[in-house]
Write a protein of this length. Structure first.
Length: 738
């Protein structure tokens, strides 16, 4: 069956037909990148005779992976079960399920989520001389994750001279934490990426096996890759170099979690022979929206350069809504939603409200709820993070992996069995002396002299319950196991009786939804011809995001952060809270790289809109029980005035605010575009001076460039072990006495 490429534009088609060697597809927002990527896979299979099992396609959400697979199937008219399409984490987990034993793990390893990781860190630091009054388990978990994302190991941290603060303790914590994970037959999210690289480097034959299998590798959203992901792909393609990456540097918004924009900016340095294709025709947004988005993002310097254009209509101007307070801002949004639904005849599901921080959603939710407008919140408490779900999932994790002490400790006394922490601690010490897993220690509790016979019977009751379900797990389906477990363990009874009627009904409904989720997983896996085991279900749960569970058919207004909106689109979009200090965030306003990422985030939000884009702000916002006056975001000033219809600036004071903001824009813009270069110094700060920053802690000034408010100050922050280049006007540095 020949693939019809007539529906592709010339640049898309050229990218599809360039099948050999490295390829960089710079795909602007709404430019049909998924269509191009899936057509390329279909073209390889149908026109070039490449077997599906020789293609690997990697993306960042399960939702995107499912969509890609469905599109490829629709193009070639047959199944593609041999084709590996998935997220980085799911692909790596799949490799590790096959190869885990080579690295000393069993294939039934548990994947620890952030909560599990924090509990593991808490256990680890309790045995080390770490000042816990200064460094909380959550703080340490965050720092460990950041280090691992940078592909750093304990020996790298030991090599750092002048380690201070948390970094003084981090190498020993890192070593103990990794030892704990291995003892519990567990990997955390970062290990899922790191361990396959370790596997490939230590076992060239295994690396070659996967490199030979995946003769064609494609990576979506390449601008969002971190160092570990970059190295993993490099290991897979270094023999054949058939790597096609698709991305948009203007949508790189995850630097805060380790993504490295230089991966896409430097692609031509890594692969000098790479063919580059720019997809600039946008099929999503009206012309005015694109003109405004282009005007904002062109102020960034970290760009490969492209300008989106469209054949769609010009559309209406972007409307700027200004409230005197954040409550009035929400009210103005409500009025526009009414107008869109009742005058323009849109559905509620056509509308999205975006904001920079989750805290902004509260007043928006209150306003919608009071006015009986249905909404769904994306990025709130995720389904699989709800207590009742985590309780059952922890039981299931223990049944699959008896070495998982984190799961064991969560459920051994839930529902209440009278087994306290003191008893568990005694069994834990006994298990350590005997060098056996904690679960095995439960079965030998009668050998612990300090535990009474009555308490031993309670412990054995729990041990026997789990042992029974371990046996049952090979005899009945996963959904039967979960529902029977919920009944026999007492969990269902607990949630039916321990709360008021409304909360009990809600929690029980969530548990029943979990059962439905297991059943749907089982059906889907069987359709794909893949094993539907309890282990594979738990793996999917660990890697699922709230976007993957989003119901696009539900007729509700969508509320989400700008970060969560990446990859989505709506006919009508509101971007709220466009004020200095909020968008961009205050802590990111001073650093040039972070300010550019905030601008990219604004660009992502703007390009979610298909037909109408509203931009809103409040002239004062409540913080710490008082109203604080605000300034319009500099991003508003970067949009040409002729593209905007501004509501709420009729008063003289409001016009004055707008004017001050536009003057502020001139300073920032001239700095960002390097139109003004002044290398003289300033007397406020001196090289070698000690300073303090509320977010980054103590630091030392290393370099000064320029003068006045535009001065660039390079500071080594010893507490965080990082260097930041700050703009004086926003730096908020406090000089310290020598």
């Amino acid at each position: 069956m020949a693939i019809n490429l007539e529906s592709l534009n010339p640049r898309q088609r050229a990218a599809v037909e360039q099948t050999e060697g490295p390829v960089l597809i710079l795909a602007g927002a709404g430019s049909g990148k998924t269509r191009t990527l899936t057509a390329r896979m279909a073209y390889l299979i149908e026109e070039k005779g490449v077997a599906p099992q020789n293609i690997l396609a990697v993306t960042f959400t399960n939702k995107a992976a499912r969509e890609m697979k469905e599109r490829v199937e629709s193009l070639i008219g047959s199944g593609v079960n041999g084709l590996w399409i998935g997220t980085f984490h799911s692909i790596c987990a799949r490799i590790m399920r096959i190869e885990a034993e080579v690295l000393g793990y069993s294939r039934s390893f548990t994947i620890y989520d952030v909560d599990d990781q924090t509990r593991a860190v808490k256990k680890v630091i309790s045995t080390l001389s770490v000042p816990q009054q200064l460094y909380t388990p959550k703080m340490i978990q965050n720092r460990l994750s950041r280090v691992k994302n940078q592909f750093l190991f304990p020996e790298d941290l030991y090599a750092i001279e002048d380690r201070q603060g948390l970094d003084e303790f981090l190498p020993s914590i890192y070593i103990s934490y990794q030892r704990f994970l291995k003892e519990n037959n567990a990997l955390d999210f970062d290990d899922l990426l790191i361990k396959p690289i370790e596997l490939f480097k230590e076992n060239p034959d295994i690396r070659k096996k996967y490199a030979d299998r995946f003769r064609y590798v494609m990576v979506d959203e390449y601008q969002d890759t971190n160092k570990a992901q970059y190295l993993l792909i490099k290991e897979l393609v270094k023999d054949h170099r058939n790597l096609c990456v698709v991305g948009d540097e203007d949508q790189a918004i995850y630097g805060w979690r380790g993504a490295d924009i230089s991966n896409i900016l430097d692609f031509k340095k890594d692969y000098k022979e790479a063919a580059v294709f720019k997809l600039e025709e946008n099929y999503r947004s009206n012309k005015n929206i694109l003109l405004a988005a282009n005007a904002v993002v062109k102020n960034n310097t970290e760009r490969l350069g492209k300008d989106l254009w469209t054949q769609r209509p010009e559309g209406e101007k972007l409307e700027v809504l200004v409230g005197q307070t954040d409550a009035e801002e929400a009210k103005k949004l409500l009025e526009k939603i009414h107008d869109e639904v009742y005058t323009r005849k849109r559905s509620f599901k056509d509308i999205a409200i975006l904001y920079r921080t989750n805290a902004q959603s509260r007043i928006l939710e209150d306003t919608l709820r009071r006015n009986a407008i249905s909404y769904k919140l994306v990025g709130g408490v995720k389904f699989y993070e709800r207590k009742e779900i985590k309780d059952i999932v922890s039981y299931l994790k223990l049944i699959v992996n008896q070495k998982d002490s984190i799961a064991l400790k969560r459920v051994i006394n839930f529902p209440l069995r009278g087994i306290g922490d003191t008893t568990v601690g005694k069994i834990e010490k006994f298990s350590e002396l005997e060098q056996i897993p904690l679960f095995e220690g439960l079965g030998r509790v009668e050998e612990v002299a300090s535990i009474s016979p009555a308490m031993s019977q309670r412990v054995l009751g729990f041990y026997n319950l789990i042992t029974k379900f371990i046996k049952l797990s090979t005899e009945i389906s996963a959904v039967e196991l979960a529902s029977t477990l919920a009944a026999e363990s007492g969990i269902m009874h607990h949630y039916q009786t321990e709360y008021d009627q409304y909360e009990s009904e809600s929690r029980v409904q969530n548990i029943q939804e979990l059962f439905r989720s297991i059943e749907e997983f089982d059906e889907r896996r069987r359709e794909e011809g893949r094993e539907a085991s309890l282990e594979s279900f738990l793996e999917e749960v660990s890697l699922m995001t709230d976007i993957d569970r989003m119901n696009t058919e539900d007729n509700s207004v969508t509320l989400m952060t700008l970060h969560a909106a990446k990859g989505l689109e709506f006919p009508v979009v509101f971007i709220t809270g466009l004020e200095m200090g909020l968008m961009p965030l205050q802590r990111n306003s001073a650093n040039l790289n972070e300010l550019e990422e905030e601008r990219r985030l604004m660009y992502v939000g703007m390009t979610r809109a298909e037909e109408r884009l509203y931009l809103s702000m409040s002239r004062s916002r409540r913080r710490n029980n008082s109203f604080n006056k605000t300034m319009p975001s500099l991003f508003l000033d970067e949009i040409p005035r002729e593209l905007l219809h501004v509501s709420g600036y009729n008063s003289a004071s409001a016009s004055s605010d707008y004017g001050r903001s536009r003057r502020h824009k001139t300073k920032v813009k001239s700095y960002l575009t390097r139109e003004v270069e002044n290398q003289s110094t300033d007397d406020t700060y001196k090289v070698g001076q000690k300073v303090y920053h509320a977010t980054f802690g103590k630091g030392i000034v290393r370099q000064l460039e320029g003068r006045g408010d535009r001065m660039k100050i390079s500071v080594d922050f010893t507490d965080e072990g990082i260097t930041k280049k700050l703009i004086k006007e926003f730096a908020n540095l406090t000089p310290l006495e020598e």
